[in-house]
Ligand binder design. Structure first.
Ligand code: CUA
Length: 322
């Protein structure tokens, strides 16, 4: 029950975000939506008005009363009620086509970022620098970046409501969108196509920051992880490399290079764990390592049944991955 209430709250939050456009693309969509809502509001008012008038004016059929005059085949009426909807649909079509031109110009041959949807997290690779991150995408403020959208397994849909349209990610069929933010800030994105158990917890944070800070962040992502030289963290690194962690995860600067799960090189600098399901705190990290299934039911990472000591060593190591 509590979870349902929580989901409903999230759903309302999504809808509200649509009405808070923070990029030229999102604003174009918002403006079109307002026009459509007003037009539909007028149609609704006219239809309800006519029905209400008829109900009040002619409340009941009376004995002996003649049928009202029949209008079948009246050319004038037929033409008017065909022309008005045709006009409305044509105007909305033209406005929609114009909005698509603003919100979705053709992509450049080389995208800035390749975003891949996985069950249930987002991978982002910055093509020029080679930085690879998960569930947290940084962009420079005021600059449109071209995204290529891929999927590793099933259909997903990338959507950051405040920054623009949504776009499906299809395995083997890249799609494109542009992403831009007018103001610095953190924008919450979702997967908006049902993709399995944890579809609802496939969040992505888009962090828009001034160019200089963005460059600093991007450079930091390229730095390999330092190897701890002692203590529990060193034991944690050894454990990470011995256990099957390395079959899924990569940490630059270690022997782990797999690309199945999120790249963990700068795990400790991320705000969230499990694509948004919990904050990245020391206690949540330990909960996750003890049993990921308890935190995020159905997540692809199994319960490794680590001992308390192993959990503690691994967590100490992962906290060094700034
Ligand atoms: Cu991925 Cu829904």
């Amino acid at each position: 029950m509590h979870m349902q209430l929580w989901s409903a709250t999230l759903l309302i939050a999504d809808v509200v975000k649509v009405f808070n456009p923070q990029s030229p693309q999102a604003r174009a969509i918002f403006d079109l939506a307002i026009v459509a809502i007003v037009v539909m509001g007028i149609i609704f008012a006219v239809v309800v008005g006519i029905v209400a008038y008829a109900l009040l004016r002619f409340p009941r059929w009376r004995e002996g009363e003649r049928d009202p005059e029949q209008g079948a085949g009246n050319k004038k009426i037929e033409i008017v009620w065909t022309a008005i909807p045709l006009l409305i649909v044509t105007v909305l079509f033209v406005l929609s086509a114009r909005t698509m031109g603003i919100s979705d110009p053709p992509p450049p041959p080389n995208p800035d970022i390749v975003v891949t949807g996985h069950q249930w997290w987002w991978e982002a690779r910055y093509l020029k620098s080679g930085a690879t991150v998960a569930n947290e995408i940084h962009i420079p403020v005021g600059k449109a970046l071209a995204l290529r959208l891929d999927a590793a397994d099933v259909l997903h849909e990338f959507w950051v409501p405040e920054l623009g349209r949504k776009m499906t990610t299809v395995p083997g069929h890249p799609n494109h969108i542009w992403i831009q933010a007018d103001k610095p800030g953190t924008y919450l994105g979702f997967c908006s196509e049902f993709c399995g158990t944890q579809h609802a917890w496939m969040h992505v944070l888009v962090v828009a920051e001034p160019q200089e800070e963005f460059q600093k962040w991007e450079q930091a992502q390229l730095v390999a992880a330092a190897s701890p030289t002692g203590g529990n963290a060193q034991k944690g690194l050894a454990l990470f490399q011995q256990m099957s962690c390395v079959n899924c995860h990569a940490i630059k600067g270690t022997s782990a290079t797999a690309q199945v799960g999120p790249d963990l090189t700068h795990f400790a600098s991320r705000k969230k764990i499990g694509a948004g399901i919990v904050d990245n705190t020391p206690s949540n990290l330990r909960r996750w390592l003890r049993d990921p299934q308890e935190v995020k039911v159905g997540v692809k990472m199994p319960n490794f049944k680590f001992t308390d000591e192993q959990v503690s060593d691994l967590a100490d190591y992962m906290e060094t991955l700034k």
